[in-house]
Design a protein around this ligand. Sequence first.
Ligand code: F3S
Length: 402
Amino acid sequence: MLEGKKGPVIQKAMEILYRLGEIYGAERMLPIASVHMPGSSVVVSGKAGARFVSEVADGGGKFRVFTTLNPAACDLHEEHPGIFEPDLVALQHELTRAYGAMGAVACHTCVPYLVGNVPRLGQHVAWGESSAVAFVNSVLGARTNREGGPSALAAALVGRVPAFGYHLDEGRRGTVVVRVGASLDCMEDFGTLGYFVGKVCGDSVPVFVGVEQADLDSLKMMGAALASSGAVALFHVVGVTPEAPTLDSVVRSRGTPELYFGSEEKAATAAQLNRASRSEVDLVVLGCPHVSVTEFRRIAELLAGKRVHSNVELWVLAPLQIQVMAERAGWVRAVKEAGGRVVADTCPVLGAIRPLTQRLPYRSLATNSAKLAHYAPGQWQLEVHYGPMERCIAAAIRGYWE
Ligand code: F3S
């Protein structure tokens, strides 16, 4: 491949991976089971990136492994007039077409593991999108580094990655023990825990002790938060995640640094995220990371027979495949009849939604996502209310946060 015997596209891709391997001291290449492609939104790739992907596709590039796409810049399934920037929407269709021509599945979601990209324990993969990387490494026990757009594209074309970092046993050992004393009563509490630990731990591998059970939605929330306040790509929960049956199985020495998360830390972290100065709420966003079937059902239950306040815009972000199931169950109708909006394929962070935030005098956002609460002030200068889904929906109905 490196010598060009498989053509110039593969040669270029292998050069990228080979150089990466050299930089990080990899001794070999590993075959991979799948790719999840970051840079699937033109907001991230930009025009130059989109053009580059189109050139690779037009040059005959074909993906050698199962590849899914991260959120796009817009909803490709349903038009939402006035929401997305029209020129970027056209460019997004081009980018999605180019990836599709190479064999990618255009699911455009940050939860590919809920819609068919489900690697097994110990398999090597090349995934981007920080929240998805944290989930696939930690909850599924597959092995990936945090891939960027070029390296993920190269890995999809070649079907291999250099062996370093989280692909190796050594890179997967816990480096900080987090003792959890606070009660974790809802999935948002897991997000708060993740936000607290990410901020302190940076790119360490935290090992949580004292979490007796955690459902997939909670672990999804926690991974996204760990990867937003910090750069955590892998965590272990003793007795819960597959590589941590016991503390000793993932931590090498007794001298590993420790951290404590009790009720005081929980309250302080939630207060840090929930910092809006005014009680009115303009925008409510649920689904960062994109909602699961169980979250969608809960949202529909909470909205049934209710009406979103006329001053509030409510978004439910869902993968298209989950939206189809929700449609059959009547949950999409429940959200729309209440005055909410169901959005597929995109999200406020990766979406081309500038016209919306500029046109309307939005000042405050309510969300149950620690990740979104982290990004919203910097990205749109929005004040944030942060709390459980139930509080967010109550605020959407009342028009203010109580
Ligand atoms: Fe997913 Fe966008 Fe949040 S990619 S994790 S919905 S910022």
